[in-house]
Design a protein around this ligand. Structure first.
Ligand SMILES: Cc1cc2nc3c(=O)[nH]c(=O)nc-3n(C[C@H](O)[C@H](O)[C@H](O)COP(=O)(O)O)c2cc1C
Length: 383
């Protein structure tokens, strides 16, 4: 039975990493737990997560998401193992582990030794999981022979998983994110054999983007839109590997879809919808994690989140000289659907204000939102 030491909470998990009788969420909520009757209590730490997204889910973005959902698992952007071996480790890995956890470090690479090195760093820097990217189709990543093309190299992925497990023991789980197939190979057996081989090496958690990756002729963006979604393949994986944690990803945009998917798989990973419409996450703690009271994401709630972000941005600027725009860019969806949202966003995206203190920018954004409220019809708030 593996023991995973997640900071401050020792969780003993059975072999398949599922704990059916004890809710496995960390850390315990400081306020009394009042799960609403409708809450769908998640039993896996992978029950709900925000996807790794390059240039989006940096530590500022994760801080913002953490203000909205305390319990959801967050993923870093992909960091290449090469960058961790030769580059500025602190730049890539620095984060506030205590306030941000649970957070997974996603890596991209194909050398087992480098993966093992990255996994050791993940432990040292306080991450709660190391995740290997086997789903990215970009040409740059293909030139490095990692990402989605690793799905054609299941034995190599298995070696990488073994190397990482040897490096971290049972301190953090080693997981894999992948697609359902490569190019036009649509046979279920392809992904089944990939998962089987990697599971034999000791990986217990698979996050499956329910699309093929077409390695020729499509940009990464098109590769998130054009290959058709085939959720039934992921559901079948769960049925045929009941002892593994199988999470689904791709095209999930509403909490109703999250709830539906949770009936078929162990977890749901949401990417673009969470980033563009962060308010989607406001009900996750109460509804899915069964923690805290249900949030009403009204204007007061949005303002409170914005204020907390401004405090954070100010502190980041004081400590590290971070320009306010680096963090503010991730909260541009906060007022979506509310009157005045567009005017508010315009201020927070205005590079001419970059030399101004963040509080001044926040005051201008508030003013712009309130004065635009009357003219700006609700529907125009989302672009
Ligand atoms: C801007 C952007 C960057 C991404 N970067 C990564 C990445 O670094 N690693 C990864 O595994 N997937 C990456 N993805 C893919 C997402 O993790 C996810 O699999 C994909 O967006 C499908 O989920 P969604 O439909 O919920 O967005 C990225 C997606 C976007 C939009």
């Amino acid at each position: 039975m593996p023991r995973y030491l997640i900071p401050r909470v020792l969780i003993v998990l059975p072999d398949n990493l599922m704990e059916r009788s004890t809710p496995v969420m960390s850390p315990p909520s400081p306020e009394p737990t009042m799960a609403p009757a409708a809450a769908q209590r998640l039993v896996s730490p992978w029950g709900l997560s925000v996807a790794p997204m390059m240039a989006w889910t940096d530590r500022h973005c994760r801080h913002f998401h953490r203000l909205i959902t305390r319990h959801t698992r967050l993923y870093t952007e992909m960091v290449t193992t090469g960058a961790l071996v030769h580059g500025d480790v602190e730049k890539h890995l620095r984060h506030d582990a205590a306030t941000e956890q649970p957070t997974a470090l996603q890596i991209g690479g194909s050398e087992p030794d480098e993966m093992a090195h990255a996994a050791r760093l993940a432990v040292q820097w306080g991450y709660d999981e190391i995740n290997l990217n086997c789903g990215c189709p970009s040409e740059r990543v293909q030139r490095g022979a990692f990402g989605a093309c690793l799905m054609n190299e299941a034995p190599l992925v298995a070696d990488g998983v073994k190397a990482m497990l040897d490096a971290v023991g049972s301190t953090i789980p080693v997981t894999v994110k992948h697609r359902i197939g490569i190019d036009r190979v649509e046979r279920y057996e392809f992904v089944r054999d990939f998962v089987g081989t990697v599971a034999d090496a000791g990986c217990r958690v698979f996050i499956v983007h329910a699309r093929n990756a077409w390695l020729q002729g499509l940009s990464p963006k098109e590769n998130r839109e054009i290959p058709p979604l085939r959720y039934e393949i992921v559901h079948r994986l769960k049925r045929e590997f009941p002892g593994l944690v199988i999470c689904i990803n791709g095209g999930i945009t509403t909490n109703e879809q999250v709830a539906e998917q949770l009936a078929a798989v162990d977890g749901v990973m949401v990417g673009r919808a969470a980033y563009h419409d962060p308010v989607l996450m406001a009900e996750w703690d109460a509804r899915f994690w069964g923690q805290g009271t249900a949030v009403v994401p009204d204007d007061e709630w949005r303002l409170d989140i914005e204020r907390q972000m401004v405090d954070y941005i100010e502190s980041e600027h004081r400590r590290f000289g971070t320009p306010w725009a680096h963090a503010a860019t991730h909260m541009l969806g906060l007022w979506n659907t509310r009157p005045g949202a567009r005017a508010w966003r315009r201020v927070w995206s205005d590079h001419r204000l970059k030399a101004h203190p963040v509080r001044e920018v926040a005051a201008l954004a508030l003013q712009a939102r309130l004065s635009a409220r009357k003219e700006e019809p609700l529907a125009s708030a989302v672009e």
